[in-house]
Design a protein around this ligand. Structure first.
Ligand code: ARG
Length: 639
């Protein structure tokens, strides 16, 4: 990174994020404007992908490339053996492998089923690139644990041979009309879709949560991916664990609405990018009270596909079960009275409609500490979230569900004494009632600062948001920027309140723990923030999260990565192949990992050379390096 980039970060965050927040509903515009030439909303011409499109698809072009990556999506760095000195601490075995000492300088990893390699670093050899020719590799629960879904006219089992109309790809008595290597299905009256697989009366009611029909195309005619597609999972999204209402999901590519969108949607692929869009399903006519959507009798009930195959079963780190239900939690104030839902076995856990007064101000905008709601001992534990169930996706990252990252705060500034509104510049991490940890570069002179805690949305703070002025800032005395990197990038914000009582612990506001020891390379951790996304340079108005892996320091100091500019005040995390990363506006926010069953702030988002670029992972402040400094500067608030 160079200094220009750092300034650009702050400049973008300060200048543009508020502009974006005014337009929070723009996310769908961004979705389309990324490819106006091919994907414009006005271009309503839909056609099944022709043979030519399929063979020109970049995704299939890689079939001939040598693919040395292992099936976990980790590139070669991951499988290098960094642990040749035979120590089991830290655990050198990935993927839940168990380390056994063998003599003085040797160890052996007992790997879970399907995992191999000295460090259990190699996952099951399923869905290897090119394995499904011109088709999609989907994961199944039975051996060989994958199946190829071919782009017609390519044929199973491996989608490498062609046969156009034989067997007939058209369903429901449709006639296959051949045109060289292409075909069209002429459907009987009432049937539609590329393969006549969509029956009459295939429509959705309300928001389509109960939709179980067969439409598998987006509004713009893109073919939906299977929900258990390896491509979706490899992009870091697991529909089977991420969404609240998984009932309709399964080993199929039908549109569904598992997460409270306004209508059924699906994932699709464009080249190597995972995208999503609403589907081309009509809404049922008002008079039809029966949702005639059970038109997929041939679909077997999902036999619990194993979308997590490339990872051993693990407790979902984002969604740990709350240790005990919170009986004192107030119910969402207004549970959307105008949207009656079809009967559901469970409450939906959708984001409650925020009880925003007509002024649009947050419910608790004042600095006055609220009376504790969860018992007399505030912040007695750290690192244990109590998430609600709802989760939804946006591009690249996942929307955070309420209460899942309760230590995340937005750090906001305005010029000292000005009447301008506060603007988000950085993230921060609540580590005690009166203390927020952030990046040193987020602390600027001549600024009034405040933090927003307990809100996922910056544009429309959730009920329960606590807005707390910052009383004092402490930038690490060794903070230093060069044109290439930022060193000792850490700072503390002391919040206003009565001594020891500033933020109030609620389900949505909790502290993260501090780490007590280094964690092994390859550990999966979580980053979050409102910063720029693949789709929006201006940031997201909803808090997003993504999982990243801790990257070996030597590997990250390779000349092909960051060279010798790193020091031990920082570490890299992410994926050397690019993709998932933090970005502008995320600085100061948390990188948390599980340690002793709690979330510890292991890193603070600091810098990176652009975002999501190959060989340029995010760089995070190494919190373990600053433990003494943090404790010494927080007035005894942290034991
Ligand atoms: N400096 C950026 C900020 O102030 C954070 C950049 C993180 N970059 C990355 N590629 N991870 O928000």
């Amino acid at each position: 990174m160079n200094l220009k980039l750092l300034f650009l970060c702050l400049f973008l965050a300060v200048l543009f994020i508020p502009a974006e927040l005014k337009n929070k509903h723009d996310k769908h515009k961004h979705r389309d404007s990324a490819h106006p030439e091919r994907h414009g909303k006005h271009e309503k011409k839909k056609h099944r992908r022709r043979f030519k499109d399929i063979i020109e698809d970049d995704f299939f072009k890689i079939v001939d490339e040598d693919d040395e990556d292992d099936e976990n999506g980790h590139s070669d760095w991951f499988s290098e053996n960094w642990y040749s000195d035979g120590q089991c601490t830290p655990n050198p075995c990935f993927n839940n492998g168990v380390c056994k000492e063998k003599g003085e300088r040797k160890f052996k990893c007992d790997c879970p089923k399907h995992y191999k390699g000295k460090n259990c670093e190699r996952g099951p050899r399923i869905c290897k690139r090119g394995q499904c020719g011109y088709g999609e590799c989907i994961l199944t629960s039975t051996p060989p644990h994958y199946e190829c879904k071919c782009m017609r006219p390519f044929q199973p089992p491996d989608c490498k041979t062609i046969s156009v109309c034989n067997p007939n790809p058209c369903k429901n008595g449709g006639t296959c009309i051949r045109d060289e290597n292409d075909f069209d299905c002429h459907c009987p009256e009432g049937f539609g879709g590329h393969f006549c697989h969509v029956g009459p009366n295939d429509c959705y009611v309300d928001d389509g949560e109960s939709y179980r029909g067969n439409v598998s195309e987006t509004d713009d005619g893109d073919e939906c991916l299977y929900w258990n597609s390896h491509f979706i999972l490899a992009s870091g999204v697991n529909p089977f664990t991420s969404f609240e209402d998984k009932d309709g999901l399964g080993p199929h590519n039908f549109c569904r609405n598992p997460d409270g969108e306004p209508k059924p949607w699906c994932f699709f692929r464009r080249g190597l990018r995972l995208l999503w869009d609403y589907c081309d399903v009509p809404k049922c006519p008002k008079s039809t009270h029966e949702p005639p959507t059970e038109v997929a009798p041939t679909q077997p009930k999902p036999p619990h596909p194993e979308p997590t195959h490339h990872k051993p079963p693990q407790p979902e780190p984002t969604q740990p079960k709350p240790p005990h239900p919170e009986p004192t939690q107030p119910k969402p104030p207004h549970p959307e009275p105008t949207q009656p839902k079809p009967p559901q076995p469970e409450p939906t856990g959708k984001l409650p409609t925020p009880a925003i007064p007509s002024t649009g101000k947050p419910i608790h905008p004042s600095a006055t500490p609220l009376p504790p709601t969860t018992g007399p001992k505030q912040f007695a534990t750290c690192g244990i979230p109590q998430p609600k169930k709802a989760l939804t996706r946006i591009f690249g990252g996942l929307k955070v569900s309420p209460g899942a990252i309760p230590w995340q705060v937005s750090v906001q500034v305005k010029p000292t004494g000005s009447t301008q509104p506060f603007r988000h510049i950085c993230g921060g991490i609540l580590i005690a009632s009166c203390w927020v940890l952030t990046a040193g570069h987020c602390i600027e002179p001549n600024k009034d600062m405040q933090v927003l805690a307990g809100s996922l949305s910056l544009s429309k703070p959730d009920p329960g948001t606590q807005t707390i002025p910052v009383k004092r800032t402490i930038k690490n005395p060794n903070y230093r920027e060069t044109s290439e990197a930022v060193y000792n990038d850490i700072g503390l914000l002391k919040l206003s309140g009565t001594p020891g009582f500033c933020a109030n612990e609620t389900q949505f506001v909790k502290t993260a723990c501090l780490p007590n020891a280094p964690l092994p390379d390859g550990t999966e951790c979580k980053i979050s923030g409102w910063g720029a996304t693949e789709q929006s340079d201006y940031g997201s108005s909803h808090l997003l999260e993504a999982n990243v892996l801790l990257i070996n320091q030597e590997k990250c100091s390779d000349p092909s990565v960051y060279g010798n500019i790193l020091d031990n005040s920082m570490f890299c995390a992410g994926y050397l192949e690019g993709g998932v990363d933090s970005c502008q506006g995320d600085s100061g926010g948390p990188l948390t990992c599980m340690q002793n069953n709690a979330n510890v702030v292991y890193g603070v988002v600091s810098w990176g050379d652009q975002c999501g670029k190959k060989n340029k992972p995010g760089v995070y402040t190494q919190v373990t390096h600053f433990l003494d400094w943090i404790k010494a500067n927080t007035e005894g608030a942290i034991p």
